[in-house]
Design a protein around this ligand. Structure first.
Ligand SMILES: [Cu+2]
Length: 208
């Protein structure tokens, strides 16, 4: 009961103080009337109003402790687990987090090794519906030059006939006879001919 009355007293004091300060500039009579009326109404309404009790209890008990606990737990769990995994994986796998999946009939292990070259040319549509080489490994920053007739063999970045908007070979090249791409981000990047992908006209470049 004393805990509930304290905020009420504080409220009453606050209201009376506010009315005193606001009405203090004028005469004495209005100030005394306001002070006499306000406490009576406030004390009559407050005990029956549950909103007052809730708002008084929540800030110290609920919101403050809850916010501190959850943020502390999340940070502790997330950072520790993430660091453990990263530390465990990096020494084991030299290429770190880069994935080199099989793509478009290519595998990195059997792809042509063109690492260390400043520029590599991929010829397409000569003697069949093929890229040559179709599967290759290059170093990051190597310039890839596609040479052929793009209007006959539109070049698309993606795998298995599905374009990948994030591919360095996108958007599609459908005109001209030469196009250059420089991939600086290690990874696996598939490409294919939009028209003849069903005939196996596709390939992949693995960038180290
Ligand atoms: Cu084609």
């Amino acid at each position: 009961m004393t805990q509930k009355r304290l905020p009420i007293l504080a409220l009453a004091l606050f209201i009376s103080a506010a009315s005193c300060s606001s009405g203090g500039g004028s005469s004495h009579e209005p100030t005394e009337e306001v002070v006499a009326d306000a406490p009576a109404e406030v004390t009559a309404d407050l005990p029956d109003d549950p909103a007052i009790d809730l708002s008084a209890d929540l800030p110290p008990d609920g919101s403050a402790e809850a916010s501190v606990d959850t943020s502390a737990d999340t940070l502790a769990d997330g950072t520790s687990e993430g660091d453990d995994d990263a530390l465990a994986d990096v020494p084991a796998d030299v290429p770190a987090e880069v994935a080199y999946p099989d793509l478009n009939g290519c595998a990195k292990a059997t792809a042509q090794d063109d690492t260390g070259q400043a520029s590599v040319t991929i010829t397409f549509g000569v003697g069949g519906y093929t890229f040559s080489p179709a599967c290759l490994v290059v170093s990051a920053g190597t310039k890839l030059v596609f040479e052929g007739t793009f209007s006959f063999h539109p070049l698309v970045g993606g795998s298995d006939g599905v374009p990948d908007a994030a591919s360095p070979f996108e958007p599609m090249t459908a005109s001209g006879t030469s196009a250059e791409f420089t991939v600086t981000e290690p990874g696996a990047y598939g490409f294919y001919c939009q028209i003849h992908v069903g005939l196996g006209m596709m390939g992949a470049v693995y960038v180290e």
